[in-house]
Write a protein that binds this ligand. Structure first.
Ligand SMILES: [Zn+2]
Length: 247
């Protein structure tokens, strides 16, 4: 075998080994960080708000008489469909879906809600159109193009429910919380909850951790908010305590 060919083969071999080791390392890190997740079990949470749990994410379903509005779509469509059946909620009666962001574990069951209007923030579009990617060249994607883009603080009325989009970037470029009826705050992956207090989510999952932590200040200043519902860390009915800083 000629020397150059030998060198090429050895170099290629080394690159493959490094890539495989990097992949294994990332998978192990992902697994250990996900152990901290504490999603709620499927059921009614408070008032007209229901939660569905798939493998590790929560979606929230808000009832407005005979229709429903969904916030985020979790990871696993089969489990979401099965859990919704348990709650007696037909996905066909979902009239609107609000995405906090477009990571795979928040859009997985989107295809169940084909009849629903789909909303996300204007800034999040760059995550799915190839402009920005969360990690290396892995961009996000969703199976629809008929989405409606919301400005920061834009309000959408759906039946008797008012949804206010509150941009809080960092986890993704267009990460957005939704304040429903000036009272219920849905934060997706902007914050986690630890002992009833908001806390950063593991930095491993953020696109820009510094920006994500800055965005906590936005979450701390939502007048009227009483509840916080998170994507993977449960909820609290004591907003004031959750956002108060420890001196
Ligand atoms: Zn998530």
């Amino acid at each position: 075998m000629n020397k150059i060919l030998k060198r090429v083969l050895i170099t290629t071999g080394i690159i493959i080994v490094v890539l495989v080791l990097a992949f294994i390392g990332m998978s192990l890190k992902l697994k250990s960080e996900m152990k901290e997740f504490a999603p709620m079990e499927t059921g009614q949470v408070v008032d007209n708000i229901f939660v569905v749990k798939d493998d590790f994410a929560n979606i929230f379903i808000i009832q407005d008489s005979t229709q429903y509005i969904v916030i985020d779509c979790a990871n696993n469509p089969a489990i979401v469909a099965e859990q919704m059946e348990k709650l007696g909620i037909n996905p066909d009666n979902v009239v609107a879906v609000f995405l906090t962001h477009t990571d795979g574990d928040h859009v997985g069951a989107l295809s169940l809600f084909d009849k629903a209007k789909l909303y996300m923030s204007k800034e999040e579009e760059q995550m799915i159109n190839g402009t920005k990617s969360k990690f290396l060249w892995f961009g996000n994607s969703i199976p629809r193009t008929d989405y409606i883009l919301l400005e920061d603080r834009e309000v959408v009325q759906v039946g008797n429910l008012k949804f206010e989009a509150i941009l809080a970037p960092g986890h993704t470029s267009g990460m957005t919380a939704y304040l429903v009826n000036d009272k219920y705050l849905f934060t997706g992956d902007i914050v986690s909850l630890k002992d009833g207090k908001i806390a950063p989510i593991p930095a491993f999952f953020d696109m820009d951790t510094e920006q994500a932590v800055k965005s906590h200040e936005i979450i701390r200043h939502i007048p009227g908010a009483e509840y916080i519902f998170t994507g993977h860390w449960g909820y609290t009915d004591d907003y004031q305590t959750a956002v108060a800083k420890n001196d």
